[in-house]
Each structure stands twice: as C-alpha cells, then as structure tokens.
Design a protein around this ligand. Structure first.
Ligand SMILES: [Zn+2]
Length: 186
C-alpha cells in the first residue's frame, strides 16, 4: 500500500480536524481553513472535505497541510507521527541478503541431512547377513563416515562445516552413481 493510502486508511478527515484544532459543528462543518469566514461552510466527510464557500476540497493530507501550513510531504510525516502510523519499510538489502543466506544454509543442511540418512540406510540395508559374507562397499563406507556426519550435523553453522558440505555434496553424487549402477545390475 502506498504511503498516502496507509495514512488515509488510519486517519479520517474529522479525526485529523479534531486533532489539529479545527472545530466542527455536529453536522460536520467547520470554518474553512482555505478562506476567511465566520460561518462554517467546509464540510468534513470521512474521506474528504469540501468547502461550499470556496469549493476547495481534498483528502486528510491536503487538509492537514493547509491547517499546519506545511507541504504535503511534511503533512504526511506529521500524521504518521501523531497517529503512530509506521512508515512502510522497504525490505532492506541486508534483509534480502540474510534471506538468501538462510536459503543457502537450509540447502546445505538438507545436503548434510540426506547424506546422514543415506549412511544410516546403508548400515541397515547393506549389513552382512553372516560372518563369512564379504563386507559390502557401501556398508563399510557408512561405518567409516557416519560419526563424522553426525558431528557435522551437530556443529552445523560453523565455517569449517560449510567446507565439508561441499565435499559431501560431491561424494553424495558418487554414491548416487554407485546405487544406480547396482540397480541396473539388479
Ligand atoms: Zn473555503
């Protein structure tokens, strides 16, 4: 929502008139701030005002600018201040950067987590059925790497862990290839 709209949504014309000392009748007429008069002929509607004497009209911001004798920009600032309207904050560069970092971090965490689950699966599925059976390559790999994977998950966020994630991403691709070859071999 643009700034002026936010202000107009928060502050009606009569609200501002009252706040800035424009006295109005019960019918909502006040003495026009745009021309000198003794009988009120400026009608204050909720969203706009209209003067039957000088035909001046406008919204709450125009009215406040005239009453306070300031520019429209200053009137907006004043209204935001007096009615506690927070100026809309644009997403800062920093915030966008943080978001991206977070996204990268999540991606890294997923790589690690997938790797860890994969090792657990190797331990469960590729365990030898008897003591004579030759140890499966993936089973051995999992045995050798699972503690380290656990450690990385626990210390996630540290810089040295980030380095390891790159290596693990690469190794995961190799493991994918081995699994694929096995599936083809049946
Ligand atoms: Zn007038």
């Amino acid at each position: 929502m643009i700034r002026a709209e936010r202000i107009k949504e928060a502050v009606t014309v009569p609200m501002a008139a009252e706040y800035y000392g424009l006295r109005s009748s019960r019918q909502g007429f006040c003495c026009c701030p745009f021309h000198a008069e003794k009988t009120p002929s400026c009608k204050l509607n909720k969203e706009y005002f209209y003067c039957f004497g000088c035909q001046e009209h406008g919204d709450v911001i125009n009215l406040v600018a005239q009453v306070l004798d300031v520019s429209v920009g200053e009137a907006m600032r004043q209204l935001e201040n007096d009615f506690h309207i927070a100026p809309e904050s644009k997403p800062s560069k920093e915030r966008i950067m943080k978001k991206c970092e977070k996204r990268d971090e999540n991606a890294e965490y997923r790589v690690l987590n997938r790797y860890y689950k994969r090792l657990k699966r190797y331990l469960a599925e590729n365990a030898p059925q008897s003591s004579e059976e030759e140890l499966d390559e993936l089973f051995v790999y999992a045995q050798q790497h699972i503690s380290f994977a656990e450690y990385l998950l626990e210390s996630f966020g540290r810089e040295d862990v980030q380095q390891e994630v790159k290596r693990i991403e690469f190794e995961s691709k190799e493991l994918d290839a081995i699994e694929k070859m096995r599936r083809i071999a049946g």
